[in-house]
Design a protein around this ligand. Structure first.
Ligand code: HEM
Ligand code: HEM
Length: 394
């Protein structure tokens, strides 16, 4: 009943198969959906729920996978139904091994990515968020994301072939392959013994070796700081920044200190007719200067530039009235992604746009300066001032 025999899957193996199959398919759908939702101030709540669900399901898959493999080790594998069709049996066995590995590689790479980042979309469970021995590091998170992505493609392709095979058996061959896994039907001739495991397992190992090797080397950017923004395209109302300053002002022992970021880039699309557009900015946090406290600002308490080399901002521009505009978006700073609204004035004359805008952030929202819990030495508010000129290339 519970256990497998040489000719049937027991209820425990079938429970593991279908529970994990369902969770994996839902998680692929959520992961892909997440890629299509733009990251703006309006979508940040939905994304948070989507990714928390995705991560919680993924961790559940991992726990079930451990139990499933422990159980499978204690069980006979039912004999192949068509042992004489050597190629088909080999392909099916290989797919099973690839799938077995995927239910570890996907959740583990996802979890490493989650542990290496700071705090967005928690796993909904009480057992802690972070894996031991995984440091907070943007580069590591990026590498794990590459592995997760490549593994997702291998998984999706294998699942498609696996489902295709199951459907072929039930619709073309009209045999008991699907019924054996679905209802626990007894089928097959035990005198053939189990399928050959070694060679298909070897091929599956090779597939994973190439996938992981590729994700870790060829496709992995060596350094996150090399990320750049694309040049805006003129067809879509792209503006090229000519000059500008991003400055921040914070109260230090009751007196304002102002500093700037030397390195940043922005990709701006703006349609003068509709007064709408979008902005994408990348700020190198290590380029900050803040008077005599520059080193402290770069240190782990504040911008933590060793771990988080970049801050990013992406948002949508809307015209409020005349030159008054607002951009609503999300700012990712020290690994925290939060909605931010920036009001700015825009004056366009002779194809040159002059923009000047401000917003106020609270350093506590980003977990900055936890060792300064009151405002005696460092204020909570950080005034951000952005002034730039941009032109539309002809
Ligand atoms: C609608 C989706 C699916 C269908 C119709 C399906 C169908 C089947 C069938 C009919 C078998 C038995 C094959 C045989 O006896 O030779 C099987 C085995 C297997 N399936 Fe699926 N499957 C589905 C999704 C998945 C997913 C998403 C995974 C894993 C991520 C998976 C992993 C496996 C594994 C590892 C086996 C080998 C049997 C074992 O040791 O448990 N399947 N599947
Ligand atoms: C069965 C387990 C899982 C499957 C099948 C799966 C699948 C996917 C897929 C297909 C994507 C979209 C493609 C991509 O960007 O990589 C994705 C994205 C993502 N997954 Fe998973 N995942 C699983 C488990 C997890 C777990 C356990 C976590 C974290 C604890 C996680 C975190 C993420 C994150 C943060 C993204 C977005 C990546 C980005 O935007 O770069 N996943 N996942």
């Amino acid at each position: 009943m519970f256990a497998n025999t040489a000719t049937r899957y027991g209820s425990i193996a079938r429970f593991f198969h279908w529970a994990i199959a369902l969770l994996v398919l839902v998680d692929i759908a959520l992961g892909v959906l997440g890629k299509f939702i733009p990251r703006t101030g309006d979508t940040v709540d939905v994304l948070q729920i989507l990714y928390s669900t995705h991560k919680t399901i993924g961790v559940t898959v991992l726990l079930l996978a451990v139990l499933r493999v422990a159980w499978a080790f204690s069980q006979p594998r039912p004999t192949p139904l068509h042992p004489t069709r050597a190629v088909e049996t080999f392909a099916a066995e290989t797919a099973h091994w690839v799938l077995y590995a995927s239910i570890f590689v996907l959740p583990l790479s996802g979890w490493v990515m989650h542990s290496a980042e700071v705090g967005f979309a928690p796993i909904w469970w009480p057992f802690g968020q972070n894996l031991p021995f995984v440091p907070k590091s943007e580069d590591l998170a990026h590498t794990a994301a590459n592995v997760h992505w490549a593994a997702g493609i291998v998984l999706a392709a294998t699942v498609a072939a696996h489902i295709g095979g199951a459907l072929k058996h039930s619709m073309v061959d009209r045999d008991a392959t699907l019924a054996r896994m679905w209802r626990g039907t007894d089928a097959g001739d035990p005198k053939f013994g189990g399928a050959a495991h070694r060679a298909p397992a070897g091929v599956a190992l090779l597939i994973w070796g190439v996938t992981l090797g590729g994700a870790l080397t060829v496709f992995a950017p060596s350094n996150h700081d090399e990320a750049t923004l694309q040049t805006p395209s003129t067809q879509t109302g792209g503006w090229v920044v000519q000059d500008g300053t991003i400055s921040i002002t914070v109260m230090q022992i009751g007196a304002p200190v102002t500093g700037t970021f030397a390195n940043w880039q922005a990709e701006i699309e703006y349609d003068t007719d509709s007064g709408t557009g979008a902005v994408n900015a990348l700020i190198e946090t290590a380029s900050v200067t803040l008077g005599s406290v520059t080193d402290q600002a770069k240190g782990p308490e504040f911008f933590d530039v060793q771990t988080f080399g970049q801050a990013t901002f992406a948002g949508d521009i809307t015209q409020v009235d005349g030159g008054a505009h607002t951009v609503v978006g999300t700012l990712t700073l020290v690994g925290q992604t939060l909605p931010v609204t920036l009001d700015f004035d825009l004056v366009i004359a002779d194809g040159v746009a002059e923009m000047s805008g401000t917003t106020t952030l609270d350093r506590r929202d980003f977990g900055m300066g936890a060792a300064y819990p009151d405002e005696t030495s460092v204020g909570f508010s950080v005034e951000v001032l952005i002034v730039l000129t941009a032109a539309q290339p002809d």
